[in-house]
Design a protein around this ligand. Structure first.
Ligand code: ZN
Ligand code: ZN
Ligand code: FE
Length: 675
């Protein structure tokens, strides 16, 4: 499984990095279930090889006094193991046992105690087996747990969490349990069992006895192996796979504190399984999927953060890059070391802002970096931009969103020469004030030129279009002239008055911004194919189209590339017309979904090839959330490789907006170093 361990590059000469949390090791797991062992069924068993690190460290150097374990004074036996060089727990800062370690207990939603220790775990397990929702204080924050085989219980969790359709992750106890629910490739198995213990998006077995409500309309589900002793004990007692989803409401930050968890999760849960070891840093579960030869990170957090990522050029001054508006991370830089925060979430609302500031303060303390320069997005209205401006540092640098995407990929590969960048995602603020997202850039860390783009379409309703794919289809229909009828399946179930209103927005150019977004093109295709007119989360339509397409072979449909003055224009209107007509003539929707993917891959690779030839460039970097689509990624990569181009794919940070802050930092560091 070489190539499937995701370890950020570290510099031996740099300050000792704060270690990430490590899943329970095999030796500790054995002792946990060994009646003869001192730590038999101890929910906080750890050793030097495993256990919490980043989430409990208050400051460096890493020793117990500067962690949230400091309130648990080791007993004589633990202290002896800590002091014995031959022991596995020699200098294990988190060593603890039943007599000296943290405690677990169970509470009902009114705070009334229901059990302590093993009894608490057993009671929680019993409740889970009859469909209860348990809020569980875990390693990097609260989880909401529910029986993953109980459809009604999973639906209830969705309702309470206000999460209609987004897939929910499942935790299983053993590797065999994982194989019982999913078909695993060797690389998926390796990721699943790696000590970072990420959620791996895998293909469900057709005979898996899991609730249908886990991932409606999709063929993949997120699976992870247990990674703390508490989860081990709970899953052993339940003897079923459990949904383990972040303890939050939709895209809010995950809850960590006892009182915070009680307050925020009371409306969502039936019981609280709690413990008294403080979580000092929030850290969600990481999410990874395998695409061809790549492990593609979708959310970088527990197990990977806060390992630093190298920059190709050392920054002359310290930097805080505040990151994007959605799926935010930030990056602190000293020299050539970039400390990318774990996934924070969407920067919307005061709570998210408060969480951002807390994480930022914690990072400044942990890495002893006092930033001199702030880096932000071009968009003046984002909360992230406001945050950057409020820091009031001596200097603020703005970086365009898609430039940051390409810079992130190039920088992590140490590439500083110009590349052709395919920057495909849902939304980013363009330097012309329009919505970008289907861009071919010629870029290096210093700057970029927009060499090709998706043809602009008006989005009636603006931001609403990201949740209502039919609106994007309506925008494209306005460009289709006599062939507008091909779009007729897109509006089924849309109230006529709403549609007329959107038509007026288009005609008058009111609240109908121009967009060249790849994400919206996927939405339009899903609508035109009659797959989805309304989405409950951004990207849902694209995920469904990918699931429909599967691996079936397909040829491209017409997707012309037009000379448009100073740049090439990729015109998807003929493609959408072909999809709509095909569907109306009864062509299988799965085949059309496959042909749609190949059309985009073909046109994108062709545009990249032309731009590369013109500019004398031999390298193409792929950045942006659209590259979480495995079929799109592998098909574009295959075509580019065939055209003898070198392809750079996001590795350490993933292709989506989680990498933006690192890209911003890379651009700023380069500019500062070269002025
Ligand atoms: Zn261990
Ligand atoms: Zn002890
Ligand atoms: Fe993006």
């Amino acid at each position: 499984a070489e190539g499937f361990t995701i370890v950020a590059s570290t510099d031996a000469d740099a300050i000792r990095p704060v270690p990430p949390d490590v899943g329970t090791c095999a030796s500790c797991e054995r002792e946990l279930f060994d009646r003869a062992d001192l730590r038999y069924r101890h929910p906080f068993i750890t050793c030097t090889d495993c256990g919490p690190r980043y989430t409990i460290i208050d400051d460096l150097p890493y020793d117990r006094e500067r962690t949230s374990m400091k309130s648990f004074v080791p007993c004589a036996r633990c202290a002896a193991e800590y002091a014995s060089p031959s022991n596995r727990r020699f200098h294990a800062e988190t060593v603890a046992c039943h007599s000296c370690g943290p405690r677990v207990w169970l509470e009902d939603v009114d705070g009334a105690p229901r059990g302590v220790g093993d009894a608490a775990i057993m009671l929680a397990a019993t409740a889970l087996r009859v469909g209860a929702i348990v809020a569980l204080r875990g390693l990097g924050g609260f989880h909401l747990a529910v029986d993953a085989t109980n459809d009604a219980a999973v639906r209830r969790l969705r309702e309470r969490k206000h999460r209609d359709a987004k897939p929910l992750a499942v935790m299983v106890r053993t590797f065999d349990d994982a194989r019982a629910i999913a078909d695993l490739s060797a690389s998926e198995a390796a990721l699943l069992r790696s000590s970072a213990r990420p959620i791996v998006l895998v293909r469900l077995r057709s005979d898996a006895s899991l609730a249908r409500a886990l991932a409606p309309g999709l063929d993949r589900v997120g699976v992870m192996l247990v990674y703390t002793p508490l989860h081990h004990l709970l899953l052993e007692a339940v003897a079923r796979p459990l949904v383990m989803t972040s303890g939050n409401l939709s895209e809010e930050p995950i809850a960590i504190g006892l009182d915070e968890g009680r307050e925020r999760l009371r409306p969502l849960s039936d019981l609280f399984l709690l413990h008294d070891r403080e979580i000092l840093s929030r850290c969600d579960d990481s999410v990874v999927r395998v695409a061809g030869a790549h492990a593609v990170i979708q959310r970088r957090a527990r197990g990977y953060a806060p390992l630093p990522v190298r920059l190709p050029v050392a920054a002359p001054q310290t930097i805080i890059a505040v990151g994007p508006h959605l799926k935010n991370t930030f990056t602190l830089v000293r020299g050539d070391q970039a400390f990318v925060s774990p996934h924070i979430g969407d920067l919307e609302g005061l709570e998210a802002l408060e969480h951002w500031r807390q994480s930022y303060d914690r990072y400044r303390t942990l890495f002893r970096i006092e930033p001199a320069v702030a880096v932000r997005d071009l968009h003046p209205g984002y909360l992230s931009s406001r945050v950057a401006d409020e820091l009031a540092l001596s200097r603020t640098i703005s970086v365009q969103h898609h430039h940051a995407h390409i810079a992130a990929v190039a920088a992590e590969h140490g590439v500083t020469v110009p590349v052709v960048g395919l920057a495909f995602d849902g939304t980013g603020y363009g330097d012309d004030g329009d919505v970008w997202g289907g861009e071919v850039l010629v870029a290096d860390l210093a700057g970029y030129r927009r060499a090709a783009q998706l043809r602009y379409v008006s989005l009636p309703g603006g931001d609403l279009a990201a949740r209502e794919p039919w609106r994007v289809a309506l925008g494209y229909e306005a460009l289709a002239g006599a062939q507008a009828r091909a779009f007729s399946l897109a509006y089924y179930g849309v109230p006529i008055t709403t549609r007329v209103g959107a038509g007026q927005q288009l005609a008058r150019g009111v609240n109908a911004p121009l967009a060249s977004s790849m994400g919206r093109l996927f939405d339009a295709a899903a609508a035109v194919l009659g797959v989805r007119r309304y989405a409950s989360f951004e990207g849902q339509a694209a995920m469904e189209l990918e699931a429909l397409a599967g691996d079936q072979p397909a040829t491209p449909l017409p997707f012309p590339i037009i000379e448009g003055g100073d740049r090439l224009i990729l015109d998807p209107v003929p493609l959408l017309i072909a999809l709509g007509e095909g569907r109306q003539h009864g062509v299988e929707v799965s085949l059309l979904a496959a042909r749609f993917h190949e059309s985009i891959a073909h046109a994108a690779a062709e545009a990249a090839r032309r731009v590369a030839t013109d500019a004398g460039i031999d390298t193409v970097a792929l950045g942006g959330g659209s590259f979480q689509n495995a079929r799109l990624l592998t098909s574009i990569e295959r075509r580019l490789t065939k055209a003898r181009l070198r392809v750079l794919v996001a590795r350490a940070l993933g292709p989506n907006d989680g990498a933006i802050s690192y890209g911003q930092a890379a651009v700023a560091a380069w500019r500062m170093a070269h002025e």
